[in-house]
Write a protein that binds this ligand. Structure first.
Ligand SMILES: [Zn+2]
Length: 70
C-alpha cells in the first residue's frame, strides 16, 4: 500500500517486532516481547490470555548511552 500524502524526510524506521497480543477481541492490549516471559503473559488490561504475534513498530533508538541491556 502506498501513501499518496507527501511525507517529510525524516522517517521513523519500522521493523517487524515480536509482540504479545490480547486474545480478547474487544481489547486492544498488547505488549512488546522485550521481556523474557517464562510463561504466557496475561493481558494487563483485561487479564485475558495473550498470544504471540508480530507487529510493525517504530524501531526503538537508544538515545541514552548509559542504558543497560538485559
Ligand atoms: Zn486484554
Amino acid at each position: 500500500m502506498y501513501n499518496s500524502r507527501k511525507k517529510p524526510l525524516e522517517e521513523i524506521p519500522e521493523e517487524l517486532t515480536a509482540i504479545w497480543s490480547c486474545t480478547n477481541d474487544s481489547c486492544k492490549g498488547w505488549t512488546r516481547d522485550n521481556f523474557s516471559f517464562s510463561v504466557q503473559p496475561i493481558c494487563p488490561l483485561c487479564q485475558s490470555e495473550m498470544v504471540k504475534g508480530e507487529k510493525m513498530l517504530a524501531v526503538l533508538v537508544n538515545t541514552s548511552p548509559s542504558q543497560t541491556k538485559k
